[in-house]
Design a protein around this ligand. Structure first.
Ligand SMILES: N[C@@H](CCC(=O)N[C@@H](CS)C(=O)NCC(=O)O)C(=O)O
Length: 214
C-alpha cells in the first residue's frame, strides 16, 4: 500500500500525520505551502477541488476530511488504536472529531482570516471577538470532558489529536485559555507522545524550508 499525506505545518493535517506515526505505517509526506497558494494550483485542485489539506493519497486515490481519514486508518491499521475498538466509544470519538472539524475549526479560521467571513473594513475585531467567545465555550466543554482522564477515551485516539491540534492552533493565533487546565494538561501529555514529537519535529523542519509559518 502506497500512502502519501499532503500536509501543511500548523494546519489540521497534523491530525493524520500523528495517526500515521502512531500506526507505524510506511508513508511519504508532501508539504503544501498554503500561504503561497500551492493548494490552488490546477494540479492540486485536480486531486482535491476543495483546496484543502489534509489529503491522504491511498494508492493514488485521494481521501479528504480528517474524520474520514481517521476511519479509513482504523480499518487499515486495526491494531493502532486510531479510533477506540469499542463501538460506542468509536462513535463517540467520531462525534468529537466531527465537533472539532465543524464546530471548533471554523472559529479558528474566522480568527485566521476574518476577511474571508466579512469584507466590511473594520469588521475584523468583531469577528475575532465572536469567534473567541465560541472557542471559549467549546474549550470549556472539552475541559469538563477531560476532568478525570488523560485522554478522551482513557487511551490515545485520533480524537485526542484533533482536539490537541485545535487547542494548539488557537494558541498560535494568540487565543489562549490557560484557565482550562485539563485542556492544557492534555496538550502537555500529547506532546510527550513519540508520534507527536516526530510530527512536531517534522513541522519545524518544513517551516524552516518554507521560510515562515503557514
Ligand atoms: N473539514 C476539513 C478541513 C480542512 C481545512 O480547512 N484545511 C485548511 C487548513 S487547517 C486548508 O487546507 N485551508 C486552505 C484553504 O482553505 O485554501 C478537515 O477536517 O479535513
Amino acid at each position: 500500500m502506497n500512502l502519501t499525506l499532503f500536509y501543511t505545518p500548523i494546519a489540521c493535517s497534523l491530525v493524520p500525520l500523528i495517526s500515521l506515526h502512531e500506526s507505524g505505517a510506511d508513508f511519504a509526506v508532501k508539504p503544501v505551502n498554503i500561504l503561497k497558494g500551492e493548494q490552488m494550483t490546477p494540479e492540486y485542485l485536480r486531486m482535491n477541488p476543495k483546496h484543502k489539506v489534509p489529503v491522504l493519497l491511498v494508492d493514488g486515490k485521494p481521501l479528504t476530511e480528517n474524520v474520514a481519514i481517521a476511519l479509513w486508518m482504523t480499518r487499515a491499521f486495526p491494531k493502532a488504536g486510531i479510533l477506540p475498538t469499542d463501538s460506542d466509544a468509536e462513535v463517540s470519538a467520531i462525534s468529537i472529531m466531527a465537533w472539532c472539524a465543524s464546530g471548533i475549526h471554523p472559529n479558528l479560521t474566522r480568527i485566521f482570516r476574518p476577511r474571508n467571513i466579512c469584507e466590511t473594513p473594520g469588521s475584523e475585531d468583531s469577528i475575532t471577538h465572536l469567534a473567541t467567545k465560541e472557542l471559549d465555550y467549546a474549550f470549556g466543554i472539552a475541559n469538563n470532558m477531560l476532568a478525570d482522564r488523560d485522554y478522551f477515551f482513557g487511551t490515545w485516539c485520533a480524537a485526542d489529536s484533533h482536539f490537541f491540534w485545535a487547542w494548539r492552533r488557537a494558541i498560535t493565533l494568540g487565543v489562549d485559555f490557560p484557565k482550562y487546565r485539563n485542556c492544557a494538561a492534555h496538550s502537555e501529555r500529547m506532546q510527550q507522545r513519540p508520534a507527536v514529537k516526530a510530527a512536531l519535529d517534522y513541522e519545524k523542519q518544513v517551516l524552516k524550508e518554507f521560510g515562515k509559518g503557514a
